[in-house]
Design a protein around this ligand. Structure first.
Ligand SMILES: Cc1ncc(COP(=O)(O)O)c(C=O)c1O
Length: 356
């Protein structure tokens, strides 16, 4: 039985996208691929409101996240940590042999502009990593306010993970001044995993030129050279790129404003349902994620049991990430989902909770 996915990635993939993945194969050095590549990267630029280079990486998000650190950290990196993925990014930065310091706040808290200011004002850092939407905790940090701080530090290259937020709300990458924005496609894009996207500003590419040990697979300069020919350095995941092309058309056909509004409405519905049914919300307003709700288990429900029973009814549900397992649960509301989908899973949950 297929379980309908309400976990925060991978997300349910529509039949239209699965069909697009079955497009007959082409060679990546054929003109057909260059046309596909240019079409996709142009649409991504439109979606992200940027003219910066946009690169397609055949990897999950962490490939490009590691690549960004390898290419862009010269002196020392400030890793802002407020959940499982940002904590991991700090470890990845160190494992790339980079000097780095973690700036940690409690899980459930956002990264604030004040914290970023206090780190950067030391003058020790030439790069930062920050996760816009911490999927482990359902916290969205205030990126526009943080971007204002970053603008005061032109020598600091900003590497921002928008893995679980890109396309769900307006993120104008150029206006925000983000040097490198990274995301995977199995979250709000509702595509099968395996493709990551990243941008690189002129400043980022200049930085990369002076960095040794960039490796090959994620070398930004290799990506930039290949991009001149609307191509990738290595064989790309062409089927996924066909799927991305189709999904971008669907995104623009819905309309960006409508898409953002739909994500807001889904978030409001799910937060409302959780609190009306005796659960709390892990994040405080205004830092609650638009793409998933992380609810606290105030009712002391056996979440592992709830997950099992929902699974038997055809729903994949998340009973908390890492140290939050059993204490919180997460329901995704992103990609192609509608409020009607949330009504389906919450109706099942209501039925099951009565018997618990
Ligand atoms: C915010 C965030 N960053 C990074 C990752 C890691 O992505 P991947 O497993 O695709 O490398 C995830 C995965 O859930 C995530 O939610």
């Amino acid at each position: 039985m297929h379980k309908k996915l309400f976990i925060p990635g991978p997300i349910e993939v529509s039949q239209e996208i699965l069909d697009a993945m079955a497009t007959p194969m082409i060679g990546h050095r054929m003109p057909e691929y260059a046309r596909l590549h240019k079409g996709v990267t142009d649409k991504l630029k439109k979606l992200m409101f940027t003219e910066d280079r946009v690169f397609l990486s055949t990897s999950s998000a962490f490939g490009a996240m590691e690549g960004a650190v390898r290419n862009l950290v010269g002196k020392r990196c400030a890793n802002f940590c407020n959940g499982a993925f940002s904590d991991k990014w700090h470890k990845v930065t160190l494992s790339c042999g980079k000097e780095a310091d973690p700036f940690k706040v409690e899980w459930g808290q956002p990264i604030t502009p004040e914290l970023v200011e206090s780190a950067l004002s030391t003058g020790k850092y030439d790069a930062i990593t920050l996760i816009h939407n911490e999927t482990s905790t359902g916290v969205m940090s205030p990126l526009p306010e943080i971007a204002q701080v970053l603008k005061k530090y032109p020598d600091v290259v900003s590497i921002i993970d928008t893995v679980s937020s890109m396309s769900a709300l307006k993120l104008p990458i150029a206006e925000l001044g983000i040097d490198c924005c990274v995301f995977g496609v199995q979250k709000a894009f509702a595509l099968p995993p395996g493709l990551a996207v990243f941008t690189a500003s002129e400043r980022a590419l200049e930085r990369a030129k002076g960095i040794e040990g960039r490796g090959y697979y994620f070398d930004f300069l290799e990506f930039a050279a290949a991009d001149e020919k609307d191509n990738t350095p290595s064989t790309p995941c062409i089927s996924q790129i066909y799927a991305m092309d189709r999904q971008l058309d669907r995104i623009f056909a819905e309309g960006l404003e409508k898409r953002w509004q739909r994500h807001l409405e889904m978030a409001q519905f799910m937060r409302g349902w959780a609190t009306e049914h005796g659960f709390g919300l892990f994040a405080d307003e205004p830092y609650r994620s638009l793409t998933l709700t992380c609810a606290t288990n105030e009712r002391g429900v056996d979440l592992a049991q709830l997950k099992k029973q929902l699974g038997e009814r055809g729903f994949a549900f998340d009973d908390g990430y890492g140290k939050l397992k059993g204490k919180t649960f997460r329901v995704a509301h992103m990609g192609d989902m509608q409020v009607a989908d949330l009504k389906e899973i919450t109706a099942e949950m209501e039925g099951l909770l009565k018997g618990m």
